[in-house]
Design a protein around this ligand. Structure first.
Ligand code: GLV
Length: 317
């Protein structure tokens, strides 16, 4: 039986499945392992089932034992793993695409709704009590007729586009390349970020974090947005320069934000807490029973496929 390290707890049924297939080392207390601990616990392992909470940088990867041949990431995003270091050590890295598209897009739409319709303030007001209905209470921004700019029109971006379109939004997008007409579904393509931002009443960040996208939403690019725009992020915190976004909220250049992901999670920039309009969630994009089960099962299947064939259809490096 192949030996694997599973760095975080999975849902029970998935741990049972891993137990059947592998000699698995589970993290029973679901603690956050340090990089040293990961190196120590992977001794004698053939593979690692990792999650986005571990930083598998070059230094850590170079210290992994020779026996480790695969890192199967329990997420679609893999910005926490140095793919080049893994490749040069001959380690295959895989991820879990597709299975989390719907759940993540649901939260993407929730961020848009929550930020536009002032959900955080509404929840606070309702809990506080003593409020009286009034014609001008908590006036928000209506989605119908608003322009939604999608940055990164991959699977999740396309699903958000479809749902937002059903809500009456007009969809614009920027992507490295233009989609085919059937995937575009009437969305308007912009071949550069500036053009997309300048028509985005609401911006939805859906692109992966990479060297090219880190801090893409920054002091300069925020200025392209129309005044009073809304910024949402379902992808990765690294794509946004928080100080610039908080400054834009302070100046009311940006009306509200809807965020599920942050730089330095879980220690988000405290500037967001100053803004009652900030609709913020703790990285729950894929958090449904169906999706987390499908993700873990796919991460397990990726390991199984790799050990059986030496390859894997979800290899990313
Ligand atoms: C979640 O954030 C993922 O990348 O799967």
């Amino acid at each position: 039986m192949k030996k694997i390290l599973i760095t975080r707890r999975l849902l029970r049924s998935c741990e049972d499945k891993a137990k059947e297939l592998f000699d698995a080392n589970f993290n029973l207390n679901d603690e956050l392992y340090s990089q040293n601990k990961i190196v120590e616990l992977s001794q004698g392992c053939d593979g690692i089932l990792s999650s986005l909470t571990e930083k598998l940088d070059a230094n850590t990867i170079n210290r992994l034992p020779e026996s480790v041949k695969i890192i199967s990431q329990f997420a679609v995003g893999f910005g926490n793993i140095d793919l080049i270091a893994a490749k040069s050590r001959g380690i295959t890295v895989t991820n879990t695409p597709d299975v989390l598209t719907d759940a993540t897009a649901e939260i993407g739409v929730l961020l848009i709704l929550g930020a536009c319709r002032r959900a955080s303030e509404g929840i606070e007001r309702a809990k506080l009590g003593g409020w009286v209905w009034a014609a001008d209470m908590l006036i928000g921004k209506q989605l119908t007729g608003s322009r939604l700019g999608i940055l990164g029109m991959g699977r999740i971006g396309q699903k958000i586009a479809k749902t937002a379109k059903a809500l009456g939004m007009i969809i614009h997008y920027h992507n490295r390349s233009r989609l085919s007409e059937d995937k575009e579904q009437g969305a308007i393509y912009h071949d550069n970020l500036k053009d997309l931002m300048s028509v985005s009443d609401v911006l939805s960040v859906c692109c992966p974090a990479s060297n090219e996208t880190v801090d893409m939403i920054n002091k300069d690019t925020i200025e392209y947005l129309p005044k009073g725009a809304i910024v949402t992020n379902i992808a990765r915190g690294d794509i946004i320069d928080d100080d610039a976004l908080i400054d834009a909220l302070d100046r009311r250049k940006v009306y509200a934000v809807g965020l599920d992901v942050y730089k330095n999670e879980p220690n988000l920039n405290p500037g967001y807490f100053r803004h009652k309009s900030a609709f913020i969630l703790p990285h729950v994009g894929s958090a449904t029973k169906e999706t987390r089960t499908a993700m873990a099962n796919l991460a397990i299947q990726n390991l199984e496929e790799f050990f059986r064939t030496g390859g894997c259809k979800n290899k990313v490096n």
